[in-house]
Design a protein around this ligand. Sequence first.
Ligand SMILES: [Zn+2]
Length: 272
Amino acid sequence: MCFKLVSGPSPNLWLGQFDIFPKEIFVHGISTRHGGVSGQPWSSLNLGLHVGDKAEDVIENRQLFCSSLGINGEKAVTCQQVHGEQIARVTAEKRGAGFRDIADAVPETDALITNEPDVPLMLFFADCTPILLADPVRRAVGLAHGGWKGTLRSIAAKTVAAMQREFGCRPENMLAAIGPSIGSCCYQVGSEVAAQFEAAFPGFASQILLKEADNIRLDLQRANTLQLQEAGLRASNIAASHVCTACNNSQFFSYRADKGKTGRIAAIIGVK
Ligand SMILES: [Zn+2]
């Protein structure tokens, strides 16, 4: 099993972990909705500051989640995710960006990369796809937010390219994990969205668009996996969680299953 939930040190705080990232070099985790202090409808480990929850509860939740991984949350770098394709390289100077106030987060960015130790990257999700990247040779990490718009714009492949350009990473050395997101079981899309994917990915559109009568469903995890392979990653170095946030709404926040009023899980990855 490449992805599993493990219990954290504090009561009822469960974490998603992949076994693909060597623990001696990297720290990483995916939060669940359990183990925090937020009330309904954000109960209880909401990590998003932008969803109407009390800021002090979100900050306490972020500290609980980060400390369960042995991370000082005040060092984490976050960004103002806008379903775009901007990628920012961050350094120790950016530690704490957006941790207490979204106004300080890296603006209008949907992927972060760093090769500095102890600069954990943290992004937030409720159905969109978390893409975690690590290069054990160059000791660099990346984290991307792939909703349908980011996936259509190949944000995963562009983040790989940015790590090549900035850090000299080689795709064949890179490791990737794809966190819980809305699964093809639950993600119906319109014909206009489907047509954009068919135009952008003629080589593998048939593998990511599942068509039955008038119903078209999109497989975001598969689309990102195939993009990473096209970017040069080995198939054996890509671990997809195959977890659907809507089907597993008792564990994860899901924008669709919770009808828009919900919290955010986080994905975090850093170089130790
Ligand atoms: Zn599902």
